[in-house]
Design a protein around this ligand. Structure first.
Ligand SMILES: *Cc1c(COP(=O)(O)O)cnc(C)c1O
Length: 219
C-alpha cells in the first residue's frame, strides 16, 4: 500500500473525536507532501532541528507538533511556529517555553507528559508531581503557555492487558487534572502498535508514524 492508501484507511476508521498526528520524523519532505495532498495537516516530529528545516520549506498551514523529548536550549528554534508541544516533563522546561513564547508574542499550547510505562527510560511526571505542579504558584504565573491536555506512552510490550492498564491510568490522571484545569481537552495516547487500545480507553489524539509512512531507519 502507498502512503496515501494507508493514511486514508487509518483516517476512515478513526472516531470523529480523535485527531491524527502523522509522525513524520526521519521521513523526507516528499513523504510529508504526499500526506499533505490527502488533506493531512498535523505532523509530529521529535527533533527540533529537523522539524524546523521541514517547517521552513513546507506549506504554512501545517500544524507542527513536537512529540519528542525537548531540550531547553532548543526551545527558541520552534517557539515562533510550533502548534503543540506534547512532551513537557518539568517546570523548568515549561518556564523556558513560556519565556520563548513571550519573546514571540505568542501563547504556546502544551501537553504535560505523564510517566505511565514500566520502563524507566520514558520521561514524564508522576500523578502526584503533575497535581503538585498545576496547583503551584509558579505554574499559575506562566501567562504565555496554555496546558491543553496530557500525553503518555505505554510500555513497549506485546502484553495488551498491561498497555490497557497504563492507558487507563493516564485517563484517570487526565480526569484529575481536568478538575483543576477545566479547559483541558486533549489526551494524546496511542501509536501505531497500540492506538486501537488507546482509543478504547479515551484517547482524543493518536500519534501514528510507521503505519502511515512505513518503518523508520534508526535515528
Ligand atoms: C515515534 C513516535 C511515535 C510514532 O511511533 P510509530 O510506532 O511509528 O507510530 C509516537 N509518539 C512518539 C512520542 C514517538 O516518538
Amino acid at each position: 500500500m502507498s502512503i496515501k492508501e494507508r493514511l486514508n484507511s487509518i483516517k476512515q476508521k478513526l472516531p470523529e473525536q480523535v485527531q491524527l498526528v502523522a509522525v513524520s520524523k526521519t521521513k523526507p519532505i516528499e513523504d510529508i507532501k504526499t500526506a499533505y495532498e490527502t488533506g493531512q495537516r498535523i505532523f509530529g516530529e521529535n527533533k527540533i532541528q529537523e522539524m524546523t528545516q521541514k517547517w521552513e520549506v513546507l506549506p504554512k498551514d501545517i500544524e507542527w507538533h513536537m512529540i519528542g523529548h525537548v531540550q531547553r536550549n532548543k526551545v527558541k528554534y520552534m517557539a515562533p511556529y510550533v502548534t503543540l508541544i506534547h512532551g513537557i516533563d518539568s517546570l523548568r522546561l515549561l518556564k523556558e517555553v513560556n519565556k520563548q513564547a513571550l519573546k514571540n508574542n505568542r501563547v504556546i499550547k502544551c501537553l504535560l507528559q505523564i510517566h505511565i510505562a514500566e520502563e524507566a527510560s520514558k520521561f514524564g511526571f508522576s500523578t502526584e508531581e503533575v497535581l503538585e505542579l498545576i496547583t503551584g504558584e509558579e505554574f499559575t504565573a506562566l501567562q504565555n503557555i496554555k496546558i491543553v491536555g496530557l500525553m503518555g506512552m505505554a510500555t513497549f510490550t506485546e502484553n495488551n492487558d498491561q498497555v490497557r492498564r497504563e492507558f487507563q491510568q493516564l485517563k484517570s490522571v487526565f480526569e484529575k487534572v481536568k478538575q483543576e484545569i477545566p479547559h483541558v481537552e486533549i489526551l494524546s495516547m496511542g501509536m501505531s502498535g497500540d492506538y486501537h487500545i488507546a482509543i478504547d480507553e479515551g484517547s482524543t489524539m493518536v500519534r501514528i508514524g510507521s503505519s502511515i509512512f512505513g518503518s523508520r531507519n534508526s535515528h
